[in-house]
Design a protein around this ligand. Structure first.
Ligand code: MG
Length: 284
């Protein structure tokens, strides 16, 4: 009798644990909704592009090729238009824009947090082979004005004998942090693309980091970063680190590093925050 009562208690305990675990799992899995809940809201319907790489209907066009005033962009010199800086001074030619000498970088007037970004770029043909390493057609795409995906002429042979730099500074590297998983670079003079999915970092009211930013990058359609954590603001010859900043949104910036890089077909989609990716309930 005693044994049977003890056994029942053990079974009851196990059942309780199982119930708690199941409830926890269900809550985590679906947040508010049960599986196949017909009251769950449907996602917005959009029109996809006819061709991959072209903008879907909910994209914001940052540069379509025919905007001579670069209305979505401001010069980063002097802190941009909002802080007394000026209009972006990059040159428009045949549907693309190119960085003139000493023009300075440009950044979007609008601010973006979580987003999908498509951008096409081209390094110039015929660069003197003596110009190597980080000087070989350098630019970059900065998310939230801070986190750089490197642009560089990194086209090379299988053993990097003809062209190389440090791995975490080559094209598609998360500069100073993560080299791309593969080098998918095209030759100088050919158009290339980045498709970037970015999850912003989150800070609490005191500037304490609650969630690192994350990024997925496709270079010419090839996954080169798969949802990796960003270690912080991009620095040169210094380890990346987070500096507290408004975790909402920031400018997208294109770098002028002294090379005449061209850009075209730039569009962005704002992505909603996903509550299950936030640990602090106050930020939901
Ligand atoms: Mg750069």
């Amino acid at each position: 009798m005693k044994t049977s009562s003890r056994a029942m208690k053990v079974v009851a305990c196990l059942l309780l644990v199982a119930l708690v675990l199941t409830a926890g799992y269900a809550a985590k899995q679906t947040d508010t909704y049960i599986v196949h809940d017909r009251t769950r809201p449907w996602p917005p319907v959009i029109t996809p592009p006819k061709q991959v790489g072209q903008p879907p209907s909910d994209a914001i066009i940052l540069f379509g090729g025919t905007d001579p005033n670069l209305n979505e962009w401001v010069s980063e010199k002097g802190g941009g238009q909002a802080k007394g800086g000026g209009q972006a001074k990059w040159t428009i030619k045949d549907g693309y824009m190119v960085i003139p000498k000493k023009a300075g970088g440009i950044r979007t007037e609008k601010l973006f947090g979580n987003c999908q970004l498509h951008i096409e770029w081209r390094t110039p043909k015929g660069v003197d082979p003596k110009i190597t390493d980080q000087k070989r057609s350098n630019s970059g795409v900065f998310l939230m004005d801070r986190y750089e995906v490197q642009i560089l002429d990194s086209y090379t042979d299988d053993n990097y004998k003809t062209n190389k730099t440090y791995a975490d500074g080559q094209a598609a590297a998360l500069y100073g942090q993560h080299p791309p998983m593969v080098n998918a670079c095209r030759k100088a003079g050919e158009w290339q693309s980045y498709d970037i999915s970015f999850l912003r970092p989150l800070f609490d009211a005191n500037g304490k980091l609650l969630r690192k930013a994350r990024i997925t990058v496709l270079h010419n359609g090839v996954v080169v970063h798969n949802n990796i954590e960003i270690e912080g603001t991009t620095f040169h010859k210094k380890e990346a680190a987070y500096k507290p900043h408004e975790h909402g949104k920031g400018h997208i910036r294109l770098q002028d590093h002294g090379s005449p890089i061209s850009f075209r077909n730039i569009w962005v989609r704002e992505l909603p925050e996903q509550p299950y990716l936030i640990e602090n309930p106050d930020l939901k």
